[in-house]
Design a protein around this ligand. Structure first.
Ligand SMILES: *Cc1c(COP(=O)(O)O)cnc(C)c1O
Length: 410
C-alpha cells in the first residue's frame, strides 16, 4: 500500500528487527481470518492521520483553551472531529479525547458518580465489560456494582429482572451495553427503569456504535444520559473512545475526561477519528454497516447448520456468541483449534453454566469485501478446523480465501 511503503522502507533501513515484526503482523492479518468481534481494518486515510505530525503535538485542554502553545491545527483537528461526531450521531455534545473505550467509561462514571455509589450493569459472567464492575478493575474497586443477567433459556436480557434489581438497590446509574450480547438493548425499557428509580442511564455502546453510525442499529442517543463508545470496532476508526451527551452534561463530561482522568489528548488519534467519522457519514459506509449485519446473520445460520448453538438463537448485530458443546468441544479448545487453522476469534461467557463459548464478528471480513457466500465458506472451514488433525491444510484454504480479499486493498 502506497501510504505505508515509503515509511516502511525507512523503518527497515533503521530498525530491521522491528520492521520484521510489523511486516509479520501485516502478513498475519492478510493470511488469516480476523473474526474477533472487536477488530476491524481502518482505511489508509485513517492510518495516514495516525502516522502524521500531530502525533508529536501536546494539546492539554480543549480547542481555544489549551495549556500549550501552537495548537491552531490541533484545535482544527479536534473541532472537526467533534462537529463530525455531533452530526453523525445527532447529539448535542461529543468529547472525542478518551484514549480508549475503558477511558470513556471511567470518564462517564467520574462525571456522574462518587466512589461508593451503587451501579446496576450486566454481570461479567453474562457479557458485562471489565469496566462494569470487575473486581480487577477500578469500577469494581470504587463502586458498588449489582449485576443483572440474561434469561438462561433465551439468552435475552430479562427487563423484569433489571427493574426488580433497580427497585431493590436504587442504583445511582444503570449501564446498558455488553461485550457479547448479539441483540440490541431495548434502550427505551432501560430509560423507563432508570427514570422510575431516579438513576442515570449510561449506554456503553462500544460495540454497536459503528452500526448506529451506519443506520444498521437503533441509537442509544435519545435515551441515555451519556453514551460511551469506542472508535475502533465496527466504526472502523483509530483505537480510541468518546463520550456523547446532551448539552446539560457537556461541562461535567469534559471536566471528567480532562483534567480528571486524562492528561494531554492524542491529537493524531483525534485527527484519525475525524477521518473515520467523515467516512462513516457517507453512503458507502451505510451500505457497509448493513452488510456487516447481513454477513453476521449468514455466518450465524451456517454455523448453526453445522452444530453450533447460538446464544439468543441468532444475531441482529455484527456479533455472534456460539456454544460448540454439541460438537463435543468447549469454547477455549475450539478457539485453539481454529487459531491453529488461521481462524482468529475470542471466547466468551455463555448465559448458562460455567462453560465458555466462542465470540466472533463480521466487521473485519466485511471491510475486506467478503459477502454471504464467503460466510458459508468460512463456516465450512470452522468444521474442518474443529475436526482437528488437518490444521495445516485448513490454514492453506483460509489463506486462499483471504488472498482474494486483501485487508488493505493490496
Ligand atoms: C471494547 C469495550 C470497552 C473497552 O474498550 P477499550 O478500548 O478496550 O478500552 C468497553 N466497554 C465495552 C462494552 C466494550 O465492548
Amino acid at each position: 500500500m502506497s501510504v505505508i511503503t515509503p515509511a516502511t522502507d525507512l523503518l527497515r533501513q533503521q530498525d530491521p528487527q522491528m520492521a520484521d515484526v510489523l511486516a509479520g503482523e501485516r502478513q498475519r492479518q492478510a493470511e488469516t481470518l480476523q473474526l474477533s468481534a472487536a477488530e476491524n481494518f481502518t482505511s489508509p486515510a485513517v492510518l495516514t492521520a495516525l502516522g502524521s505530525a500531530l502525533a508529536n503535538k501536546y494539546a492539554e485542554g480543549y480547542p481555544g483553551a489549551r495549556h500549550h502553545g501552537g495548537c491552531e491545527y490541533a484545535d482544527l483537528a479536534e473541532r472537526t472531529a467533534v462537529e463530525r461526531a455531533r452530526a453523525l450521531f445527532g447529539v448535542e455534545h461529543a468529547n472525542v479525547q478518551p484514549h480508549s473505550g475503558s477511558s470513556a467509561v471511567l470518564a462517564a462514571y467520574a462525571a456522574l458518580l462518587r466512589p461508593g455509589d451503587t451501579v446496576l450493569a450486566m454481570g461479567l459472567s453474562y457479557g458485562g465489560h471489565l469496566t462494569h464492575g470487575s473486581p480487577a478493575n477500578f469500577s469494581g474497586r470504587w463502586f458498588d456494582f449489582v449485576g443483572y443477567g440474561v434469561d438462561a433459556a433465551t439468552g435475552l436480557i430479562d427487563y423484569a429482572q433489571v427493574q426488580e434489581l433497580a427497585r431493590a438497590h436504587r442504583p445511582k446509574a444503570i449501564v446498558c451495553g455488553s461485550i457479547s450480547y448479539p441483540r440490541h438493548p431495548e434502550y427505551s425499557a432501560f430509560r423507563e427503569i432508570a427514570d422510575e428509580v431516579g438513576a442515570y442511564l449510561i449506554a456503553d455502546a462500544a460495540h454497536p456504535i459503528g452500526l448506529v453510525a451506519g443506520g444498521a442499529a437503533p441509537s442509544p442517543v435519545p435515551y441515555a444520559d451519556l453514551v460511551c463508545a469506542t472508535t475502533h470496532k465496527v466504526l472502523r476508526g483509530p483505537r480510541g473512545g468518546m463520550v456523547l451527551c446532551g448539552a446539560e452534561f457537556a461541562e461535567r463530561v469534559d471536566r471528567a475526561v480532562f483534567p480528571f482522568t486524562q492528561g494531554g489528548a492524542q491529537m493524531h488519534t483525534i485527527a484519525a477519528k475525524a477521518v473515520a467519522f467523515g467516512e462513516a457519514a457517507g453512503p458507502a459506509y451505510t451500505q457497509y454497516a448493513h452488510r456487516v449485519v447481513a454477513n453476521a446473520r449468514a455466518l450465524a445460520r451456517a454455523l448453526e447448520d453445522r452444530g453450533f448453538t447460538l446464544t439468543t438463537g441468532g444475531t441482529d448485530t455484527h456479533l455472534i456468541s456460539a456454544d460448540p458443546a454439541r460438537l463435543g468441544i468447549d469454547g477455549p479448545t475450539a478457539r485453539g483449534r481454529l487459531a491453529a487453522a488461521g481462524i482468529v476469534l475470542d471466547t466468551c461467557a455463555l448465559p448458562y453454566g460455567d462453560q465458555r463459548g466462542i465470540r466472533l464478528g463480521t466487521a473485519a471480513v466485511t471491510t475486506q469485501g467478503m459477502g454471504e457466500a464467503e460466510m458459508v465458506r468460512i463456516a465450512g472451514l470452522f468444521t474442518a478446523a474443529l475436526r482437528g488433525g488437518a490444521a495445516a491444510q485448513t490454514r492453506k484454504e483460509v489463506a486462499e480465501l483471504t488472498g482474494g480479499f486483501p485487508p488493505y486493498g493490496v
